[in-house]
Unconditional design. Sequence first.
Lengths: 541, 541
Amino acid sequence: MTMTVHARKRILIVGGGFGGIYTAMRLQKAVKGRTDIDLALIDQKNYFVFQPLLPEVISGNIGIMHTVTPLRDLCPHVSLYIRKVENIDVEKREVVTSHDVRTQLHRIPYDHLVLALGTEENFSMVRGLPEHGLHFKNLGDALALRNRLILMMEAADSEPDIHVRRPMLTMVMAGGGFSGVEAIAEVNDFVRTIARRYAHLDASELRIVLLHSGTRILPELSESLSLYAQRLLDRRQVEIRLGVRLEAVTADEAILNDGTRIPTNTVIATIGAAPNPVLAALPCQKERGRIVVDATLAVPDYPGLWAVGDCAYLIDHKTGQPCPPTAQYAVSEGKCLADNILASLDGKARRPFSFSAVGMMGSLGHQSAVGDVFGLKISGRIAWFMWRTIYWMKLPGVWRKFYVAIDWFLNLIMPKDIVQLNVAPSESLTREHFEANEIIFRQGDLGDRVYIIIDGEVEVTREDEQGHETILARLKTNDCFGEMALIKDDVRNATIRTVTNLNTLTLPRSTFTTLFDHIPALRDSLEQLVEERERQLGELD
Amino acid sequence: MTMTVHARKRILIVGGGFGGIYTAMRLQKAVKGRTDIDLALIDQKNYFVFQPLLPEVISGNIGIMHTVTPLRDLCPHVSLYIRKVENIDVEKREVVTSHDVRTQLHRIPYDHLVLALGTEENFSMVRGLPEHGLHFKNLGDALALRNRLILMMEAADSEPDIHVRRPMLTMVMAGGGFSGVEAIAEVNDFVRTIARRYAHLDASELRIVLLHSGTRILPELSESLSLYAQRLLDRRQVEIRLGVRLEAVTADEAILNDGTRIPTNTVIATIGAAPNPVLAALPCQKERGRIVVDATLAVPDYPGLWAVGDCAYLIDHKTGQPCPPTAQYAVSEGKCLADNILASLDGKARRPFSFSAVGMMGSLGHQSAVGDVFGLKISGRIAWFMWRTIYWMKLPGVWRKFYVAIDWFLNLIMPKDIVQLNVAPSESLTREHFEANEIIFRQGDLGDRVYIIIDGEVEVTREDEQGHETILARLKTNDCFGEMALIKDDVRNATIRTVTNLNTLTLPRSTFTTLFDHIPALRDSLEQLVEERERQLGELD
């Protein structure tokens, strides 16, 4: 074997969001024709999501596939690995990855590594939010939300009981920043428009609520624009609640810190961010979960390691503040980072990051928007037109531009689509949260799942034919309930009410049956339990 | 309260496929303005799938949403219940339903009930097919298949090992009838077209196989058309294997009844049909799982009960044979059934079903088709043009027609989309099938799941640093393996090889961890097991 004296240098980017993609695109242009550099990018999904247009997926204004662009189209000269990053070994200079087809680990070596993994949402600071809250960050989230809205409209249309119907027709958004406001504006437009198609629905029962902990929504903008946005959303029947926070969420309620309880089956949140676990495991310095980088976006003490975008902690030398986690900054950082890696490879001086934000704009749905561009405050239909034009121009890839233009045009003439394309994974194991004094199920209900108590207490009661209620038992951590109806294939023979706040592990019928059939230890302990409970019931009769 | 002397009669249709929808559309037109009749329809999904265009969803020729139409658009004068049918009580004349939001059961009464529940696919006659086979029947199936194909192309592009890459690039279809042939033709077109976008993929490694048990594909057509289709697919590099059946399927192989083993990660099947479980539970007479109806589509001995489409067993008086389960028949039956229900209500005579099939056409992908229309045999581009025209005209709903026309037009000028929109539920509990003498995992592999043996035997072996292999144990029914790596968060410490054919229940890491943490009986028995195994390993060292 022969060896070349000057080995090719490999630049590896992990993450295909704004930061990663703009680094990759700048690099592929700069190294075109150079044979001494290899470019590679790892992401778990094979497409780039253009976040600013994501809210329009909710209402179907833009086709599902049109806010995303295949990575291969954006980076034709970059080797792509569509894989999951398991961990990063900064000593051996390797990224350990896996893919869905086989379980072997693949190690990808690098000379320069760009961390562009963004952040993950963290719902854990609100009771019940991890279990019942909907995210609004990725394409899958937008689709899941759209489907949830249609499901609720369908279910409410044929639901005679107002107490069951009310939470179906109430949608709550927690977080009044840009992404929360844009999403709830689209939700509001969408449900109010399609409500006309449901013959038995009374549109006046729809309730769309925006929660914000500050004194005005869109704190990123000037006060006058915030107030304009508030008035406009108010006119469109969005109920804005300022100075409140979500305190707890159950399947049927949102509970606020001022004690208000809003009956709702749909809580969306854009609050809370946590670092990607792969980054959390790295030995380098972190600040608020973000990787600390110097002014040239290099990670101190780890030559060849860089970070960009939301996962990087970079001080903006103009303001002395950390750069905000926005697409504008990520794009600009990516370009600077690409230049600096090349400067390092070529032994040249690196340049410090410098950027002036052009401004900010937010869509308010239904042909209106607000924004602050070059110091100019704009609002209404003109702002909306500018908003569309700017983002359309920034949308990467000529075909997407074309599709989105067609979508927007068709939108003007076509009715909204209400196909409920079920993409939400039908999870076979979930957690659920209940507040104290809630009914989990009633005697006579359909028995479709089993609950195992993680923490909290419930009371089991049974009503006889004369309507007398007897308390049968109190159950707590590690106890299970709901198994009788499944084992005996019957309706619920008792009512379960929470005594304290309660967290459960919930197994739907199919999962329960499979586990029950194939894990002897589980079957044995359950059969014992059922016997015991039947004896108790027998004594009662 | 006052009561009207003549109560309104409720006609209830269960199922929104071709049979159900055409019954409903005919009825809503006929009863317009009549106040003595209520129309209602129950389906779990809120849209109607136009099956003939489904194959084009695979390649993205038609947008995901454009082969389906919201039921509300087709049946604006029918009360819709988007719910699951739990069972039918023919004595009380009630349909018991549930929906996803709450667990209460809803009972919907009827005077006339139309059964239009179609059939379900049944993979159970081939070993491993239920676990590893892909369906091709509903919109979700078409999307899942499209995503699987893109996943395989992505994974293969960065896979250096030819033995791992080969099954990724091989797609097998079992069933050479219309739906199998149309689907595999689209699969073939799609993967060969997008292969060019993958820099490291060698298109000559792609292998697309069609299995058919008969002596020629498309047995519904004349021999000359079948042979034309075979030649054409052959020219397009589809490998056709006649006179063979699938015998078994594993995650990595398709095994045929002649002993051939095809390394593949993608097996699609259009074979096997089973009745809907709700129908199976009905007391009325059945034939091959279908509900026996008389010539007027009424179920004998159950006045007010009717059946239509694939779930009805109806003798065609012209041929003396049962009507085939095709869309053409279902549409025609639906119209006849609607007329007969109205005749019953109005005390008039019912008419027997009579129908002459117009013909049959099948698309072969890439601007070609074959067909037999009014006794005329056609093929090639002209047939394809006719095929598109006929189905486009039959597509219900004017907006869909418009969208599909746009899609087809854009298709001529735009590159294929390769966004892998992940809609396949990430199942947290699955079954897997392995044939004898397979490696399930190797020492040193990533440990990402636990297996519980349903039936069969495996051998556990370990290799020491000198490469000597020792057999540690044989495991059988109810034993579990793979838990060590998960509990200790390490790579696999042994190799597992199947001794016999093996079926397992498989729990991915997240499910396993959750169960392990919250079910004490399970945790105890596993901890005991781990201790025991560590002692064995300790003795060995």
